[in-house]
Design a binder for this molecule. Structure first.
Ligand code: ATP
Length: 319
């Protein structure tokens, strides 16, 4: 393999730049040319492709977002769109592709691999919702952003003796809410994977209030519904002064944490190793701190599971 491409697609995540850097540096280390494809699969169709040198990825390891930009591209879901992408890869002599993104991105990689273009997927999404890896690139940074926000909210919550509902990202996966809730000692954590009992949320609030707690924090994953609706229900049930903060896109931004930079560096470099070894249609990941790779098809057919042991622990610690 003499020429490979790299793209980022779907929602951006802090650490994607560190992964791009690792791909470029590791490939050049092995005398392989690297081409950056901008705006995900849309850029592949449009031919937004440029050669990346060692210096092209200098000064980006610490930056959030993605130097290659990201996009969603409906056209790439069609056979015609994929053919246009393949035409561009052929025109540029690119023999293998590394895609950094979530499961939608891997679906595109699977299609290309089936049509004879070796692709390797690197999991980059703040939600941590990809099976086959303990952590995705961006999760740790987003978690730290949430913790930072909650710590600040705590100060005002305590001063005014208020209950705060904090809505965090996670439509289908509760990892961000769960880890943030555990790390910040939240009274209750509501995640899509667990049918929580509203009465239990209220009981916990009342118990805390009765023993003199000055603030209460409830973390709600967005997949559980609106934080505003939830806070209204709490106010009705308890008459406690309740406020809502929706953290929104702040969770996607910021300089990647050390853990994400290291993870991205390891996964990006490993993806290059796999292409060199002649592998295709694989997703790289980390399990028990070991680099692993799985068939992308297996990943797409599997379901991510949240760590219910952590969920139980959070309940025990917030009695
Ligand atoms: P995240 O969930 O973190 O936002 P993602 O990679 O799952 O990341 P999607 O928007 O689902 O984000 O997918 C990104 C892109 O992957 C799509 O815009 C599209 O270009 C491509 N893609 C998704 N599904 C398919 C498919 N079935 N066939 C080909 N390409 C696809």
């Amino acid at each position: 393999m003499k020429k490979i491409g790299v793209l980022t697609s779907g929602g951006d995540a802090p650490g994607m730049n560190a992964a791009i850097r690792a791909v470029v540096r590791k490939a050049i280390y092995h005398d392989i040319e690297v081409y950056g494809i901008q705006h995900g699969y849309q850029g592949l169709i449009d031919g937004a492709i440029e050669k990346l040198e060692l210096g092209s990825v200098g000064d980006i390891i610490q930056r959030g977002g993605t130097k290659l930009y990201s996009a969603r591209c409906e056209e790439f879901k069609t056979a015609e769109g994929q053919q246009k992408g393949i035409d561009q890869l052929q025109k540029n002599g690119i023999e293998g592709l590394i895609v950094i993104g979530g499961d939608g991105t891997f679906m595109g990689a699977k299609k290309l691999t089936e049509q004879g273009y070796p692709c390797i997927g690197v999991p980059g999404t703040i939600d941590n919702d990809i099976p086959g890896t303990d952590f995705t690139i961006g999760f740790d940074t987003a978690l730290n952003t949430i913790i930072d926000a909650i710590d600040k909210i705590r100060d005002t919550a305590t001063s005014h003796e208020r209950t705060y509902v904090i809505e965090v990202m996670g439509r289908d996966a509760g990892d961000l809410a769960l880890w943030a809730g555990l790390a910040d000692g939240a009274e209750s954590i509501l995640i899509p994977e667990v049918k929580d009992d509203f009465d239990d949320v209220i009981d916990r609030l009342k118990r805390g209030h009765d023993r003199g707690k000055k603030h209460s924090i409830i973390i709600l994953a967005e997949g559980m519904g609106s934080g505003f609706e939830f806070s209204k229900k709490i106010k009705e049930a308890t008459d406690l002064e309740t406020r809502v903060t929706v953290l929104g896109h702040t969770q996607r931004g910021g300089s990647p944490s050390a853990a994400d930079r290291v993870l991205a560096s390891r996964l990006g470099a490993y993806a290059v190793d796999l292409l060199i070894a002649g592998k295709a249609g694989r997703m790289v990941g980390i399990e028990k701190n070991e680099l692993v790779d799985h068939d992308i098809l297996e990943i797409l057919n599997a379901k991510h599971s949240v760590d219910l042991g952590l969920y139980r622990l959070s309940k025990e610690l917030s009695i």
